[in-house]
Design a protein around this ligand. Structure first.
Ligand SMILES: Nc1nc(=O)c2c([nH]1)NC[C@@H]1CN(c3ccc(C(=O)N[C@@H](CCC(=O)O)C(=O)O)cc3)C=[N+]21
Length: 286
């Protein structure tokens, strides 16, 4: 039995942060102030967790932030007009729209509204297409990008490995599969209709859990010595943050596993900051 190593996000996030601090200093010396605007509808727990992390991270790097807090019952027209205003505001370089959106807002329509050059979390089809193509000139989604960065940081070579992604959302699962494919992994995507789920995930050298169901990944889902990346941000029965993986029951079977909190989420915010700076530079020809 492998003694699982808990691999934290902080060392990965800190390394990225050090590089970004220097870049922001250079921009500021030229009178350019990178800024992120977050668009939040209502007050979902996972959005608030991301917001807390993102504001703290941007602050520590010197990136300006603003949160547009919109009512839960906002109409599609009103939401679209808010996005257009931010698109046209030259002071904002990056826009993060928390997703999923409430039911009355149609993501299939709204995704065409956000300006691709400010779309730092890959909402726009322009950026999604670039992820499919392996074209790095756009913006990949921050959370799946954080997954790949963590694996690289801890020396997990993906070439030829069997990677199983649990979940097929456009925010995490589907783009994560594409980014891992771009790293030459052999990728399987599982979802709610997958038959014999535990048999499929038990084949994985690397398992990426992104379903949003608290502690659903148990010991029987895991191959001995697998690397497990837990992307889930759930709230457990006691009101505490927890992942999609039941860490206590799998930790002696895995070789490495990311914790929640303190794992993927903390790297996501560093990638977000990195994308804001990339967008800012592109918009200023810097
Ligand atoms: N368009 C979009 N993209 C997302 O990637 C997205 C989203 N919408 N909606 C909400 C979920 C949730 N999510 C988190 C990211 C970081 C932390 C994070 O920084 N977590 C810290 C703890 C933060 C705290 O609790 O203070 C940690 O895990 O250590 C949490 C949650 C991204 N999501």
């Amino acid at each position: 039995m492998a003694m699982g190593q808990i691999i934290k996000g902080k060392p990965v996030a800190d390394k990225i942060k050090e590089e970004l601090i220097k870049e922001v200093e250079e921009l500021k010396a030229r009178g350019i102030n990178p800024k992120l605007t977050i668009v939040r509808v209502g007050a979902r727990g996972d959005d608030l967790a991301y917001e807390r992390g993102a504001l703290k991270r941007c602050d520590s790097i010197g990136i300006l932030t603003e949160v547009k807090e919109l009512p839960e019952d906002i109409t599609q027209e009103e939401y679209i007009s808010e996005i257009k205003k931010i698109n046209e505001d030259p002071a904002t370089h990056g826009i993060l729209c928390f997703r999923p959106l409430p039911k009355q807002l149609d993501e299939e329509v709204i995704k065409y509204v956000i300006a691709p050059e400010k779309d730092i979390d890959c909402f726009s089809p322009v950026n999604a297409a670039k992820v499919m193509e392996g074209d790095k000139s756009g913006f990949s989604p921050c959370t799946p990008t954080a997954v790949v960065e963590i694996l690289k940081h801890y020396g997990v070579d993906l070439t030829g490995k069997k990677v199983v992604v649990l979940g097929r959302s456009m925010v995490v699962g589907k783009p994560a599969a594409m980014l891992l494919l771009n790293e030459n992994a052999t990728v399987t995507i599982c979802h709610s209709k997958t038959k014999d789920l535990d048999l499929v995930t038990r084949e994985a050298d690397v398992l990426v859990a992104a379903v949003g169901r608290a502690k659903m990944v148990k010991e029987n889902f895991i191959k001995d010595g697998a690397v497990v990346i837990d992307v889930g941000i759930n709230v457990d029965e006691n009101g505490n943050l927890c992942g999609d993986v039941d860490t206590d029951v799998v930790k002696d079977k895995v070789s490495m596993i990311t914790p929640v909190p303190g794992g993927v989420g903390s790297v996501t915010t560093s990638i977000l900051a990195k994308h804001v700076i990339k967008a800012c530079k592109m918009q200023n020809n810097a």
